[in-house]
Each structure stands twice: as C-alpha cells, then as structure tokens.
Ligand binder design. Structure first.
Ligand SMILES: Nc1ncnc2c1ncn2[C@@H]1O[C@H](COP(=O)(O)OP(=O)(O)O)[C@@H](O)[C@H]1O
Ligand SMILES: [Mg+2]
Length: 265
C-alpha cells in the first residue's frame, strides 16, 4: 500500500454537544486525534466512545460544534457529501460484521464495488492483497459463518482497509477475542500505522494493550475528554484518572516513566 499524504488524516472536534433525548452525552467536547498516530478512546461504559466514533464516521450528527475529518468540516454536509467522506474512512464497527450470505471475497470486495469502477482483475488483486496483509489466504469462497472469531475480525479489518483509507476507525477491535487474537489484531493495527502512516482511532477496554499501542489516550469523562500520552495519564495528579488506568497504568509507568522527562505538557 502507498503511504498516505500528510494533512488528510487529521481529526478534530470543537465545542461538540450531543444529547439523546434528555440524556446529555457530550457538552463542549474539544479533542484532537493526531494525524499518522494511534489514538485510543477510553472511558467507562456509556461515556460515548462508540457515539464519538460514529460522529467522526459521519453516522451521527452532533447537536452543536464542529467536526473536522480528513481536512473537511462534517457538520452541515448533506447525505451525498457525507457518503463521499465515508468512502475515505475505514471503519470496523462492533456489530458491523461481515454479511452472512456473502463469501469472504465478496464481503471484502463490497466497498470497491460500491465506490470505484475497478475491473474484476483489479478488484481481485486488491482483495487478495488486503486479505494477505491480515494473514488470511485461500478463504475466498468461505462464508463468514465458517470462520473463527479471530479470522472474522481480520477479514473485517481487510474490508475496512480495502479502499486505502487515510483514517481507520475501530470500535472495540479486541472485544470477544482470546489473548493470541488480541495480540494479532494489535500487531496488525500497529503495522498499518507504522508502515503506511495511517491515522488509527480505536475504542478499547483492554488497558494493557491500549497503553502499549497508543501514542495518545483520550479519556472520556464529564461530557468531555482529557488526553495525554500513556505515561502522562498514568502519572496524572487526578486520582480518578490513575484509578481508571489501574494496575496496568501503574506498571506501565514503572517501565516508561522516564519518557516523561522533557516531554511536552
Ligand atoms: N442512537 C441512540 N439513541 C439513544 N441513545 C443512545 C444512542 N446511541 C447511544 N445512546 C446512549 O448514549 C450513551 C453512550 O453510548 P455509547 O456511545 O454506546 O457508549 P460507550 O461506547 O462509551 O459504551 C449510552 O447511554 C447509550 O445508551
Ligand atoms: Mg461502545
């Protein structure tokens, strides 16, 4: 895959507010997801992690504020314009698994058929390239129901990157996987970021994995968010933040505390 150009992978929310009925999820939310970096969105259950990811993906419109994604303001776009932006994002959503009645090949090929005019040969080349990038081969004709949970997640990841996105959004990419498969997905996401400069934004409950792979952690709380490097958050003076990071945070700090010296902020 080619390296993505600079500036197209940046995501920023300014003054975002959102309520579902009387339940306020965000108010005055300001946050940035740095281009070419891995950012992990964390926070207790129901704090709005999935909702924020859906807003970035143009699937949920905020009540107030601005959302810049890949150099474009999303607020105010019509459905056709949002669809065009979505075509530039890779999305791996929690229940956005593969379509059961379609083969693995056709599932991965789907975005290409929807958004491009590539020939069958070009489609096959891209699909096989992405499947092999996630360590899957010779499974073209299998149906999703015939794959293990780990293979399914990797096939969904292949589909999320088949359009060569600048930004990859993953909602709980590790959920429900056993430790070897968690490590595998972690390694794949880290490689995609390192080799291609892909901006990766994930939500996760897996504390140790998140601390290890994140350049930046964004912790949702009090309708807004606090952010920092893993070491910065693990050494926060705010005891609620340290408590949230727990034993994994303390262990991370014991090994990486020296990274704080000379770090900004
Ligand atoms: N489409 C929706 N309609 C009404 N309430 C919603 C909707 N989506 C999410 N919520 C509510 O918004 C809150 C945040 O949800 P979510 O973003 O899924 O949290 P998280 O991913 O952090 O667990 C929850 O209370 C959830 O019930
Ligand atoms: Mg969620």
């Amino acid at each position: 895959m080619t390296k993505v150009s600079r500036e197209s992978g940046h995501v920023e929310a300014r003054g975002v507010a959102l309520a579902f009925g009387r339940r306020q999820i965000f108010r005055g939310l300001d946050c940035r997801f740095a281009e070419g970096r891995i950012s992990v969105l964390m926070g207790g259950s129901g704090t709005g992690k999935s909702t924020l990811l859906r807003m970035i993906g143009g699937l949920q419109v905020p009540d107030e504020g601005s959302l810049q994604v890949a150099g474009q303001e999303l607020v105010g776009l019509d459905e056709a314009q949002l669809k065009a932006v979505r075509g530039r994002l890779g999305m791996l959503f929690q229940n956005g698994a593969l379509l059961d009645s379609m083969s693995v090949f056709e599932n991965v090929a789907l975005p290409l058929r929807e958004h491009t005019h590539l020939s069958e040969t070009e489609i096959a080349e891209r699909v096989h390239g992405r499947l092999s990038a996630v360590g899957l081969s010779d499974i073209d004709e299998l149906l999703p129901g015939e794959l293990s949970g780990g293979m399914l997640r990797r096939a969904a990841l292949a589909r999320a990157i088949v359009m060569e996105p600048e930004i990859l959004l993953c909602d709980e990419p590790f959920s429900g996987l056993d430790p070897p498969n968690v490590s595998r997905i972690e390694a794949l996401l880290t490689h995609l970021n390192r080799d291609r400069g892909l901006t990766v934004i994930i939500t996760s409950h897996h504390m140790a994995t998140s601390l290890r792979m994140a350049h930046r952690i964004l912790l949702l709380r009090n309708l807004g968010c606090v952010d920092g490097s893993p070491a910065q958050l693990a050494s926060s003076r705010d005891s609620a933040i340290r408590e949230f990071l727990g034993q994994d945070g303390a262990e991370y700090l014991a090994h990486h505390g020296h990274e704080l010296e000379g770090a900004e902020g």
